[in-house]
Design a protein around this ligand. Structure first.
Ligand SMILES: Nc1ncnc2c1ncn2[C@@H]1O[C@H](COP(=O)(O)OP(=O)(O)OP(=O)(O)O)[C@@H](O)[C@H]1O
Length: 245
């Protein structure tokens, strides 16, 4: 059941990089407990949109609100403290640190800050929840690709985020890992989190998302139920024009 007021709202959000308009007047809402797919061809502005929401970048124009409060001007750490957390397309972990230390770093900087033994216990629990129980002592450099992704998600979850921004978290997984990854994201939603999923894996979009927003060249070209938007001729055209379609 959708809540009436959105958790996250974007209104007229625009980002220019010099002469390039990477994100152009984006408007959309994300409802509580919703999994929203943000899709579109390569270079359409999806990661930039996540960067604007998480505060890694500041919009050139427009407003981003979290439960009705504008967060547009806030630095990234303040947005994280308000319960918005993200994974990165290229996993960003500290390879010389252990798995547990990387996850604890998320617990210290996030929404619900924990220290010392409490941070340890919580980080262990997050590792369990992503299927890495008992592997906290390993160095990140010793892990397989899927496991580094799991650590990145555990790091992100360590701050108890209410809104999760997943930037191609499922990319590069084999079919078995993909099934596990989809089940994991579904569980995060069942735990009461709201998720924005930037993803090229359409099976994941179909099986996880309540709705989709489709971007092309920085602009929203479609929004609605997944099967509806994926059969929209403009969306099909946008993807067919893309080398990776
Ligand atoms: N920091 C930056 N400086 C200049 N241009 C940028 C910067 N970040 C992104 N861009 C440009 O903005 C556009 C949108 O990029 P973005 O990474 O948001 O697309 P995307 O939809 O996430 O693509 P992909 O699916 O390939 O990850 C691209 O043309 C990209 O080259």
């Amino acid at each position: 059941m959708r809540a009436v007021s959105p958790v996250l709202s974007l209104r007229g959000v625009t980002k220019r990089f010099g002469g390039l308009v990477a994100v152009n007047g984006m408007d959309f809402d994300v409802a509580e407990h919703e999994v929203l797919g943000l899709i579109g061809p390569n270079g359409s502005g999806k990661s930039t949109t996540l960067n604007l929401i998480s505060g890694a970048l500041m919009p050139t124009a427009g407003t981003i609100s979290l439960r009705g409060t504008p967060i547009t001007e806030l630095p990234a750490q303040d947005i994280a403290r308000r319960g918005v957390s993200r994974t990165f397309q290229l996993v960003r972990l500290l390879p010389s640190m252990t798995v547990l230390e990387n996850v604890k770093a998320g617990a210290v900087f996030g929404h619900r800050r924990r220290w010392g033994a409490e941070a340890d216990t919580h980080a262990q629990a997050m590792l369990e929840s992503v299927g890495l129980g008992g592997r906290g002592h390993l160095r990140v450099g010793q892990l397989t690709y899927i496991d580094t992704k799991r650590v990145e998600l555990a790091r992100c979850l360590a701050s108890d985020p209410k809104v999760l921004l997943l930037d191609e978290w499922l990319a590069g997984l084999n079919p078995t890992e993909l099934e596990e990854g989809i089940a994991l994201i579904r569980r995060l939603r069942d735990e009461g989190r709201t998720v924005i999923l930037v993803e090229h894996v359409m099976d994941a979009i179909r099986s996880l998302c309540d709705r989709c927003v489709v971007m092309a060249s920085g602009t929203k070209i479609a929004e609605g139920g997944v099967s509806e938007v994926l059969s929209d001729p403009e969306v099909i055209r946008a993807y067919l024009g893309d080398d990776d379609a």
